[in-house]
Design a protein around this ligand. Structure first.
Ligand code: KIV
Ligand code: ZN
Length: 379
C-alpha cells in the first residue's frame, strides 16, 4: 500500500511574494479553485496581517473552496494569530501556520534572543493559535542551518503544545539531499512525541536542490511537502509542485502517492505564469516549452520509432497535448520525412536525400524550420 503525501501549495503565499508577481483577490480565487481541482490538500492562501488586500484574499479563498484545508501564515505574534484566525473564519478546514527562526543566525541577528527564549515563544504561539483553530502548523524558520539538538527540542516542545504539523524549512536552500535525509532522520529518532504530528518539508531552491531535498525529507519520514506551481517563490524559488508530483508518480516503487490530478499540471502552470507575468524557463522540468520537444537527429529518430526511447512521461499525463519534433540543422532525415508526411507530402528516397541537403542549408540560415519554410522547400 502506498503512503499518502500531503500536498501543501504555497503559490499564493511564498510564490506571490516574488517581486512583480502580485495578484488581485479575484485572480487568487481563480487560482485557488484550480488548485482545488488539481487535488492539493492544503492551500496557503496568504499572510493575513501583511495587508488588507491579503486579508481579503484569504477570506475570499475560504469561501471559494471546500475540499482543501485553507492556511494563513503568521509570525509568533499574538496580533498576527488573531488576524489570521479572523481571516480564516469562513474556512471549512482552517489552519494557522505560525513560527519563528530556529537557526543561531536568525536567533541572534533577527531576534537578538536565545534558544530558550525562542523555544518559549514558539510554544506560546502554538498554544495561542490553538485557542482559535484545532489545526496548527509550526514552522521552524531556517531549520536547515539550526543546531540539530535544539531543533529536536523545539519540535518536541511545539508538538507538546498542540502543533498538528511541524514544518522544518530549508529557508535558505542551503542543504544537500544527504544532509536533509540525515537531519530529518535525526528528528524522527530524537523527538519522543513525533508520532503525534506530521513533519513537513519546505525547501528553497538557492542551490537548485529543492526537489531533491524534499524527496530526501520524504524518504526520511516527512509526509507533507510545501510546493508551488512552476517552483516560484522567494529568490530562486520553492520546490515545484509538478516536479514532486511527477517524481513520486514515475517512481511509484518508492511507495508514495499524492492526490494530484497530473493532467491539470500544464494548464495550471500556464495560468499561473500568465497571471503572475512570470515566464516559465523553456527547459523547466514537466511544464517548460521544451520538456517534451525533441530536436537532435538521434533523439528524433529514436522517439519516432518508440516514444519511450526518450520520454519517461507521456505528455498527455501532465496535460501537454503532444510531444514536439523541432526541425533544426541538428535534425535528421527521419524527422524531416515525418514532418513532411504530416503535411501530406509523399516522396521516394531519392527525393528525400535531395530535400534533406537543401533543408540543412535552409536550417543553418534560419535556425528553426517551420511548416511555412517546408512548403517553400518542397514547392
Ligand atoms: O522559507 C520559509 O522558511 C518560509 C516560512 C515562513 C514557512 O517561507
Ligand atoms: Zn519559504
Amino acid at each position: 500500500m502506498s503512503q499518502r503525501i500531503q500536498i501543501f501549495d504555497t503559490t499564493l503565499r511564498d510564490g506571490e511574494q516574488v517581486p512583480g508577481c502580485q495578484l488581485t483577490t479575484e485572480e487568487k480565487v481563480v487560482i485557488a479553485k484550480e488548485l482545488e481541482l488539481l487535488g492539493v490538500d492544503v492551500i496557503e492562501a496568504g499572510f493575513p496581517i501583511s495587508s488588507p488586500g491579503d486579508f481579503r484574499s484569504v477570506e475570499e479563498i475560504c469561501k471559494a473552496v471546500t475540499e482543501p484545508t485553507v492556511c494563513g501564515l503568521t509570525r509568533a505574534v499574538e496580533k498576527d494569530i488573531e488576524v489570521a484566525a479572523e481571516a480564516l473564519r469562513y474556512a471549512k478546514r482552517p489552519r494557522i501556520h505560525t513560527g519563528i527562526g530556529s537557526s543561531d543566525v536568525h536567533i541572534l541577528h533577527k531576534f537578538n534572543s536565545t534558544r530558550d527564549q525562542i523555544l518559549e515563544r514558539g510554544v506560546r504561539a502554538v498554544k495561542y493559535a490553538k485557542k482559535f483553530v484545532e489545526d496548527v502548523e509550526f514552522y521552524a524558520e531556517d531549520s536547515g542551518r539550526a543546531d540539530l539538538e535544539f531543533l529536536a527540542r523545539l519540535t518536541e516542545g511545539v508538538i507538546a503544545a498542540g502543533a498538528t504539523v511541524v514544518n522544518l524549512p530549508d529557508t535558505t536552500g542551503y542543504l544537500l539531499p544527504e544532509q536533509m535525509y540525515e537531519r530529518i532522520s535525526y528528528i524522527f529518532e530524537n523527538v519522543s512525541n513525533i508520532h503525534k504530528a506530521t513533519i513537513s518539508m519546505h525547501c528553497h531552491n538557492d542551490l537548485g536542490l529543492a526537489t531533491a531535498n524534499t524527496l530526501a525529507g520524504i524518504r526520511a519520514g516527512a509526509r507533507q511537502v510545501e510546493v508551488t506551481i512552476n517552483g516560484i517563490g522567494e529568490r530562486a524559488g520553492n520546490t515545484s509542485l509538478e516536479e514532486i508530483a511527477m517524481a513520486l508518480k514515475v517512481h511509484k516503487d518508492l511507495g508514495f502517492e499524492t492526490g494530484i490530478d497530473s493532467s491539470r499540471l500544464y494548464p495550471l502552470s500556464k495560468l499561473v505564469s500568465g497571471m503572475m507575468r512570470m515566464p516559465v524557463q523553456a527547459n523547466k522540468a514537466i511544464v517548460g516549452r521544451n520538456a517534451f520537444a525533441h530536436s537532435s537527429g538521434i533523439h528524433q529518430d529514436g522517439h519516432l520509432k518508440n516514444s519511450s526511447n526518450y520520454e519517461i512521461i507521456n505528455p498527455e499525463d501532465v496535460g501537454v497535448p503532444s510531444s514536439e519534433i523541432i526541425l533544426t540543422a541538428r535534425s535528421g532525415r527521419a524527422a524531416l520525412r515525418h514532418r513532411l508526411q504530416l503535411l501530406g507530402f509523399k516522396f521516394e528516397k531519392l527525393d528525400l536525400d535531395k530535400l534533406y541537403e537543401r533543408f540543412l542549408l535552409m536550417a543553418d540560415e534560419r535556425k528553426m524550420i517551420h511548416d511555412q519554410d517546408l512548403m517553400e522547400l518542397v514547392g
